[in-house]
Design a protein around this ligand. Structure first.
Ligand code: F6P
Length: 543
């Protein structure tokens, strides 16, 4: 239950933004830049070593003033305070939302139901550190006394995407003598390919599941157990080759993992906000406890920036408000996330769960169907690869796609001219999207008249450019927290619960009902719609 609030569209800032958007529809970024030569320096913000250029957005000072007013009228300040205070802002699950506590220093106190949760967070971190060190130093031995060389994280959604993304992003800092694999899909191919060249005697599985009931993860975990026992033959091997990360101790021990080898977290950590909890165990083993703590410190720095900085200089707030602007006033359906660093190749996939599981909601906190658009579709690929694939549509297609370009001043692999060539593309793409190329410019170049329309770039396509020094554990933490809090800002404006995920339930329930219909040898009496019935019959006939 929640108290009712003023509907979003009745807020005065919302109404004023509608008028502002209508007046801006025909205004080109070229005009905005020409009329304000300092725009490119003015519409920027910097905090925690992250620089944001938001000048290439279709906004005026009036727009920005109204967006900030919208944040105020939406009660964003009070909502931020409520989250950091540990209030149960995930109202449909009656839970606090405290991923920020996962990276709080020991000196902080954050209460849930009257209990300070910070000491528990640090206790788990300390246990994780001991475990990670014992693997990294070769002290943790498998059942046949061989050191562990391979770590396989088994998990899905937030129990997979964060660990994979962080491992890929921080590979440079990882122990190269260890092999890391990630199994998520219930498709047996995932497990088979991840383990085909591994020796069970040298392999440790981290079974990562908040609930420890997720179909995919439990299926893969049982397959992993059979794989290990297939070679090692004794149940006692399980204790040496399996650890668990979960909130569900009962299910962990039912599976056969000693709870002494379980790393816990709490119901106030959402799956998609959990890469900095014990779910990050594989990350910690890969990069070491010290680097993991640097990652947490990066998160915390951005948390503090979000919590304390006035909205007009607050990076996540600005990004969140700009996302609302295009989504609700320009009919933009999607956001492109374009990291110009190969290490961030899984960052867009990670953001997809963070953003879309959080803000893909169609009712407000007080249960009304929204009358405006909520969460946009996030997608992307690292640059420059995307340029040779889908950028054509961003430049000359009919859809407005605001983009986030993410670039770094320094490469972790400085090779000849590579990094300058890479970064020249960041700046060039943002420039081309904003300013385009006019028919007059083409004619001046002598382009044949019939080709002019094809070669014209309308421009006026908005983007942010985010720059920071180089990929480090700390910068990764800052970047993830930047998006987490941008998502929070959007959800606060849209008056939705960004922290539940009921939308994934129905499909899971129906799949469980269908499993026996595929496996039974007797012809089952199918009670689905005619399409589902026919598909199941066809599958049974051909499998
Ligand atoms: O399918 C949705 C979801 O609940 C995600 O929110 C979560 O990250 C994922 O499943 C995995 O859940 P678990 O960690 O409990 O296995």
């Amino acid at each position: 239950m929640s108290e009712s609030v003023t509907p979003l569209e009745q807020l005065s800032a919302w109404k004023a933004l509608e008028t502002n958007a209508a007046s801006l529809k025909e205004t080109h970024l070229r005009e905005l830049f020409t009329s304000d030569p300092k725009r490119g320096e003015r519409l920027t913000a910097e905090a925690a070593g992250i620089f944001l250029d938001y000048s290439k957005h279709r906004v005026t000072d009036e727009t920005l003033k109204l967006l900030l007013q919208l944040a105020e009228e939406s009660g964003l300040r009070a909502k931020i305070d409520a989250m950091f205070r540990g209030d149960k802002i995930n109202i449909t699950e009656n839970r606090a939302v405290l991923h920020v506590a996962l990276r709080a220093p020991k000196s902080e106190k954050i209460f849930v139901d009257g209990k300070d949760v910070v000491p528990e967070v640090h206790e788990v971190l300390d246990r994780m550190s001991v475990f990670a060190d014992s693997i990294r130093s070769g002290k943790w031995l498998g059942y046949t006394d061989k050191p562990i060389k391979n770590i396989v994280n088994v998990g899905i959604g937030g129990s997979d995407l964060g660990p994979v993304m962080a491992y890929e992003a921080l590979r440079h800092y990882s122990d190269r003598d260890l092999t890391f694999r990630f199994v998520s899909n219930v498709d047996g191919t995932d497990f088979a390919e991840a383990t085909h060249d591994l020796d069970p005697e040298e392999t440790l599985f981290i079974i990562s599941s908040k609930t420890f009931t997720t179909l995919e993860t439990m299926t893969n975990a049982h397959t992993a157990r059979a794989w290990v026992l297939g070679k090692l033959e004794h149940q006692a091997a399980i204790a040496k080759h399996f650890v668990a990360v979960s909130t569900n101790a009962a299910e962990v021990s039912k599976f056969g993992i000693d709870t002494a080898n379980m790393f816990g977290f709490w119901d106030w950590v959402g799956g998609r906000y959990s890469m900095d909890s014990a779910i990050g165990l594989s990350t910690m083993v890969a990069i070491g406890p010290e680097n993991f703590r640097a990652l947490l410190a990066g998160f915390h720095e951005m948390d503090e920036h979000f919590r304390t900085t006035p909205f007009e200089k607050n990076l996540p707030v600005l990004m969140g408000l700009l996302a609302v602007w295009y989504n609700d006033f320009f009919d933009a359906q999607t956001v492109g996330v374009l990291p110009y660093d190969q290490y961030l190749k899984r960052f867009p996939a990670y953001l997809q769960q963070l953003t879309m599981e959080s803000n893909g909601k169609h009712v407000t906190l007080d249960g009304r169907h929204v009358t405006y658009e909520t969460g946009p579709i996030f997608w992307g690929e690292p640059g420059t690869n995307g340029q040779h694939s889908f950028y054509q549509l961003i430049h000359q297609g009919t859809k407005l796609i605001p983009c986030d370009f993410i670039g770094f001043f320094k490469s972790l692999n400085p090779l000849g001219r590579h990094h300058d060539l890479l970064m020249s593309n960041v700046f060039a793409q943002a420039e081309a999207l904003a300013f385009g190329k006019t028919a007059e410019e083409l004619r001046a170049e002598g382009i044949a008249e019939w080709l002019v329309p094809h070669k014209t770039f309308e421009g006026n396509r908005p983007s942010s450019v985010i720059l920071t020094e180089k990929i480090t554990p700390a910068t990764l933490g800052k970047l993830v927290a930047l998006y987490e809090h941008s998502v929070f800002t959007q959800g606060a404006v849209w008056q939705i619960d960004s922290f539940d995920q009921w939308g994934v339930e129905l499909g899971k329930v129906l799949a469980v009902r269908i499993i026996p219909e595929l496996e039974n040898t007797d012809e089952p009496a199918l009670k689905h719609d005619s399409s589902t019935n026919a598909l199941i019959r066809r599958y049974r006939a051909h499998k």
